[in-house]
Every structure is written in structure tokens, then in C-alpha cells.
Ligand binder design. Structure first.
Ligand SMILES: C[S@@+](CC[C@H](N)C(=O)[O-])C[C@H]1O[C@@H](n2cnc3c(N)ncnc32)[C@H](O)[C@@H]1O
Length: 286
């Protein structure tokens, strides 16, 4: 269950309260509004399921398809930013032989609570480091993936370290509030990723674009109407402004996939603070 479904449950609760109040107080308006709210909540929940889980391509199949598209040699170092339950980390790890994946997220409650701009709508209920580790074990790639609690706004790795970075539905959650939610956080994260990638390293982003019928169903008419600026061009600009050359764009059913490459000889981006040492890949998990 995610934050949207939690919201829909709240809508249902309000509808039920309206119906009960209307019934016991003999107030037909409250009763009618309560019923409308209940019907809306049910339709929106069905729409959310259809728009997020049914109509778009199956997420595991898509992760596998994009991993294949990258044509990995097997010895890459890969970073999965905001791995959640490890979907992309695991799928990419399956294609590695001597390579390793480092997957970061902020599973620890106390770490989340210290972050000024943590977007709680990004945290799908049931996410935990334990579950993510179990997923990697079930898929028999646990020895190739190292999971770490780390804030995507404060990536602590050496420069020129990774061959590939994956950002699966995390950039939308890096923001500083407001309606446009501040693009600087996303750009700042991408610039940092640019630095920690090797020359010619690639970044893959999976994101939502708020246009089209699928997202109208999935994200309530209100979210849909107020976030029409969230297009594939928006995401392309974030990547390009960070210095990446875009090599691949795919848009389907309210989702975009972009692959950007760090250009060889590009003069780079200003320094971004502390960096971790090379031992990060030697630690199997935390
Ligand atoms: C929508 S989920 C996507 C999970 C996974 N990448 C996928 O595609 O299935 C977004 C994830 O980003 C994580 N996240 C949000 N803000 C973060 C931050 N500042 N640093 C690290 N992870 C973050 C959340 O905890 C959540 O697991």
C-alpha cells in the first residue's frame, strides 16, 4: 500500500462519517455528500490500481528490459539511488559477473526524521531494509548487492567511481516544497551523480510524467491538473543541465525512461563536499 491508497482510505472514512452523521441527524445533504465521497473514493482507488499497476508495463519486466538495453558487460559498478525494495538493484545485479551494485535508501526512521526535505509520500508502506535484503536473497544476488542507508541529497562516494547509476522514481521526491516543489534538489542530486560516474558512465532515470489518461486515473484529477508541467522534456532538462548527453528516451503510459551519458572531456561540475572511500563495495550489506 502507498500514500495514495492511504489517502483514499481517508476519503472513504470521511464519506462514511458523512453518511452516518446524515443518517442519525436526518440531514439529507450530509448523507448525499457522504455517499458521493464514498463512490468517488472507490472509483479513484480502482483508477489508481489500473493506472499504476495494471495499464503500464509490468515493473519487473520493464526493469529487465531496460537492464538488457544497457548491454552491460558484467563487471560494472552500479549505484541504485532510492532502491526501495530493490527492484532495479536486483534486476541489474542479475546481469553482473564480477561487478557490484550499491543500493541506497533511507529505511531508518531516525534518518528520515532528521531530513529537512524528506518527502513522506515517497515511502511505500512495508519498505524495510530487511525485506529488501530478503528479496535479494530470494533472487540469489545478495552477494552482488550492498545496501546502505544514505540520503540521495548527500551521496557520499568517490568521484569517477560508478559505471551506471539508476534513479527509479526517486527524483520526483527530491524537492524543497512548493507547487513546483523546487527543481534545485533534483538537479543537485543529478550533478552529484554526474561527478561520481566514470567518464562515459551512464545514468538511467525512471519517472512519471503527468499527462495522458493513465495518470488521470492514477493520481486523482487534482494532482493531474496541477502537475501538467511534469513532462518528459522537464526530466530531459534536469539531465542535460547536470551535464548528461541523452542517448535514449522512452515514453509510455504516463512513464518516462531516460538514459544519459557523462561526456568524456566535459569539464565537470563544482565539488560537492564529503566523499566516501573505495571500501563501500567490499561491505556486503548493513
Ligand atoms: C517510489 S519509491 C521507488 C523505489 C524503487 N526505486 C523502485 O523503482 O521501485 C521511492 C524511494 O525513494 C526513497 N527515497 C525518498 N527520498 C529519498 C532520499 N532523500 N534519499 C534516499 N532515498 C529516498 C524512498 O524511501 C523510496 O524507497
Amino acid at each position: 500500500m502507498n500514500a495514495f491508497l492511504g489517502g483514499f482510505l481517508l476519503i472513504e472514512f470521511c464519506g462514511v462519517v458523512g453518511v452516518i452523521t446524515g443518517h442519525y441527524c436526518g440531514n439529507r445533504i450530509a448523507l448525499g455528500i457522504g455517499l458521493i465521497v464514498i463512490v468517488y473514493g472507490i472509483l479513484q482507488t480502482i483508477g489508481h490500481f489500473l493506472g499504476v499497476y495494471v495499464i503500464p508495463e509490468n515493473r519487473v519486466a520493464k526493469a529487465a528490459r531496460i537492464a538488457d538495453l544497457l548491454d552491460l558487460s558484467g563487471n560494472e559498478r552500479i549505484l541504485d539511488v532510492g532502491t526501495g525494495r530493490g527492484l532495479h538493484a536486483i534486476e541489474f545485479a542479475k546481469r553482473l559477473t564480477t561487478g557490484k551494485v550499491v543500493a541506497i535508501d533511507i529505511w531508518h526512521e531516525h534518518l528520515r526524521s532528521t531530513l529537512k526535505h524528506y518527502d513522506f509520500t515517497s515511502h511505500t508502506l512495508g519498505h524495510s531494509l530487511q525485506r529488501t535484503l530478503e528479496n535479494a536473497e530470494i533472487e540469489q544476488v545478495a552477494h552482488k548487492v550492498s545496501f546502505r542507508n544514505m540520503d540521495a541529497n548527500d551521496l557520499q562516494f568517490d568521484e569517477n567511481f560508478f559505471d551506471v547509476a539508476i534513479c527509479g522514481y526517486i527524483l520526483q521526491h527530491l524537492h524543497a516544497g512548493g507547487r513546483r516543489r523546487g527543481d534545485e534538489q533534483k538537479l543537485c542530486c543529478m550533478k552529484k551523480i554526474y561527478k561520481i560516474l566514470k567518464p562515459e558512465g551512464r545514468v538511467v532515470i525512471f519517472e512519471a510524467v503527468h499527462k495522458g489518461f493513465t495518470n488521470f486515473l492514477a493520481f486523482t484529477p487534482f494532482v493531474y491538473l496541477f502537475s501538467r508541467w511534469l513532462t518528459e522534456d522537464y526530466w530531459r532538462q534536469i539531465l542535460q543541465n547536470a551535464g548528461f548527453k541523452i542517448e535514449y528516451t522512452e515514453v509510455s503510459q504516463g512513464n518516462v525512461v531516460l538514459v544519459g551519458r557523462k561526456q568524456k572531456g566535459h569539464r565537470g561540475i563544482p565539488n560537492f563536499g564529503r566523499l566516501l572511500s573505495w571500501d563501500v563495495l567490499l561491505v556486503p550489506s548493513i
